[in-house]
Write a protein that binds this ligand. Structure first.
Ligand code: PGA
Length: 253
């Protein structure tokens, strides 16, 4: 049985004071939910404050990005050791906004995931097609390529710490959620691919999230799908009430 995992990707939202307020509410209302992993991914600036608040709670901290070098003249970048120091257990790698707006390639995503793993962080590796690619019938081809390149050279042991997120770009921030069937189809494809790249046992243990306009009213249907192990939630994670509801409904499957 795979343990569900719901992560909130706050993107570039929330000052430190706002982040503390949100996390205090989540902590108060979600403390009893121990049958799934709950992760919040705030901007870098709030990480260490939130780490103090989350100490000993059932909520884990994740970062939204990482750089592969250990230290040096890389203005604006943040290393794995810095993320560990700030209390992170997870880090999102290759979110479509990083791939599209900041031209991140799967090769770079691979370096980020490998660096995260080398420092004991669990990478949440994102893959997904855009609208044009879906309309051209290239969804599986795109997902396959991103998957192979982003996971290149990861060992079986490392893979057990990886979380995958299927995030169709056309569903992110658009209010246009993939249907549970569309999500299942892509996630089952990903699991089959993992079975080919590694083995069936490993493929069955890896958690695959869905991301793209997840809300309280669609999480239960999404979670009912066989290969659905959780969600990466953007917009709806910024509001305590809706994130709490999503987590509760996901836990109840
Ligand atoms: P959204 O974002 O929930 O706002 O669509 C999801 C994501 O980008 O991970």
């Amino acid at each position: 049985m795979r343990r569900p995992i719901i992560a909130g990707n706050w993107k570039m939202h929330k000052t430190i004071v706002e982040a503390i307020d949100l996390v205090n509410r989540l902590k108060r209302e979600l403390y009893a939910l121990t049958d799934l992993d709950i992760v919040v991914c705030p901007p870098f600036t709030s990480l260490s404050d939130l780490d103090e608040i989350l100490e000993g709670s059932n909520l884990a901290l994740g970062a939204q990005d990482i750089y592969w070098e250990t230290s040096g003249a890389y203005t604006g970048e943040v290393s794995a050791a810095m993320l560990k120091d700030a209390g992170c257990e997870y880090v999102i790698c290759g979110h479509s906004e990083r791939r599209n707006l900041f031209f991140e390639t799967s090769e770079q995503v691979n370096k980020k995931a490998r660096t995260a793993l080398a420092h004991g962080l669990s990478p949440i590796v994102c893959v997904g097609e855009n609208l044009k690619q879906r309309e051209e019938g290239r969804t599986f081809e795109v997902v396959r390529e991103q998957l192979i390149e982003s996971l290149k050279d990861l060992t079986e042991v490392e893979m057990l710490k990886v979380v995958l997120a299927y995030e169709p770009v056309w569903a992110i921030g658009t209010g246009k959620t993939a249907t549970p069937q569309q999500a299942q189809e892509a996630q089952s494809f990903i699991r089959n691919k993992l079975s080919e790249l590694y083995n069936e046992g490993l493929a069955q243990s890896i958690r695959i999230q869905y991301g793209g306009s997840v809300r309280p009213d669609n999480i239960a249907d999404l979670m009912s799908q066989e290969d659905m192990d959780g969600a990466l939630v953007g917009g709806a994670s910024l509001d305590a009430g809706s994130f709490i509801e999503i987590v509760k409904r996901a836990g109840g499957r």
